[in-house]
Design a protein around this ligand. Structure first.
Ligand code: SF4
Length: 254
């Protein structure tokens, strides 16, 4: 859904984006993204207030989750990640060496499992070959734009996946745009009736916010929470929404 009125522009849009962050932070608190599986466990945990440093294994898990979450809910991804962890397969080396039918069986709960197994193994293999120094060193040494460009050259890695990897795995200033962000942003009046491209949404948030990786990290997680719990596609729960006072849709019923 897009707003039916003109989009907020320039300084007004930037102020609105900053204000929305304050309202969501106050309402929901730190989100602790990206969830990672502690050593010896099979389930991932959120760590509110933790912002690294991350191990190679944690960065790989974030990259794997970013691939598996394409076109499915996080609940399904969790099941797939738990199956990988329980089988001792949640590592770059093991996935790179795993026969495709076995890998597809393990990631089956995430949907499109044959394609996702293929993408996951291809990512693991190419990254191992081209970056034997490991993901932590690779991501750590690359600039945000350079890392994003390189990730986008991997098969099956689109803008949203690359931004998740760069922001949550690499700690880079690379704002993530997803369906929640587009829906909420449109209802807030940040886009006109025709909506915005991925890059335009990304540019709008990045121009509006200070260069703060923790803020980028929390902001995306907060938008996901709002989109899941309040700003649903149909029948949004506006009365209890922390953004009701500033939301164009709530005010005008768009
Ligand atoms: S007030 Fe309603 S439409 Fe606006 S952001 Fe909240 S839930 Fe979404």
């Amino acid at each position: 859904m897009t707003s039916s009125g003109p989009a907020l522009r320039g300084g007004k849009a930037a102020s609105a984006i900053k204000h929305v962050y304050s309202l969501l932070s106050e309402a929901f608190g730190p989100q602790g993204w990206w969830p990672v599986t502690p050593a010896g466990k099979n389930s991932s945990v959120y760590r509110p207030g933790f912002h690294g440093p991350l191990s190679d294994a944690a960065i790989f898990e974030i990259c794997a989750g970013a691939i598996l979450t394409q076109n499915t809910s996080w609940k399904n991804v969790q099941k797939a990640m738990e199956a990988l962890a329980a089988a001792g397969m949640l590592s770059q080396g093991n996935i790179a060496a795993c026969p495709l039918p076995r890998l597809a069986g393990l990631v089956r709960p995430s949907g499109y499992y044959r394609r996702k197994a293929d993408k996951l193994r291809a990512f693991s293999r190419r990254a191992l070959k081209e970056h034997p120094e490991g993901l932590k060193s690779w991501f750590g040494a690359a600039g945000a734009d350079e890392l994003r460009r390189e990730l986008l050259s991997y098969s099956g890695v689109g803008p949203e996946t690359a931004d998740c990897m760069a922001l949550y795995g690499g700690g880079k200033l690379s704002f993530v745009i997803d369906a929640y962000t587009r829906r909420i942003g449109s209802r807030l009046g940040l886009a006109g009736p025709d909506g915005l491209s991925y890059d335009s949404w990304k540019g709008l948030f990045e121009r509006s916010l200070p260069p703060d990786v923790k803020m980028y990290n929390e902001y995306h997680a907060l938008l996901v929470k709002l989109g899941k719990d309040f700003c649903r596609p149909r029948a949004p729960f506006c009365r209890a929404c922390p953004l009701a006072a500033v939301c164009k849709r709530e005010k005008h019923g768009n």
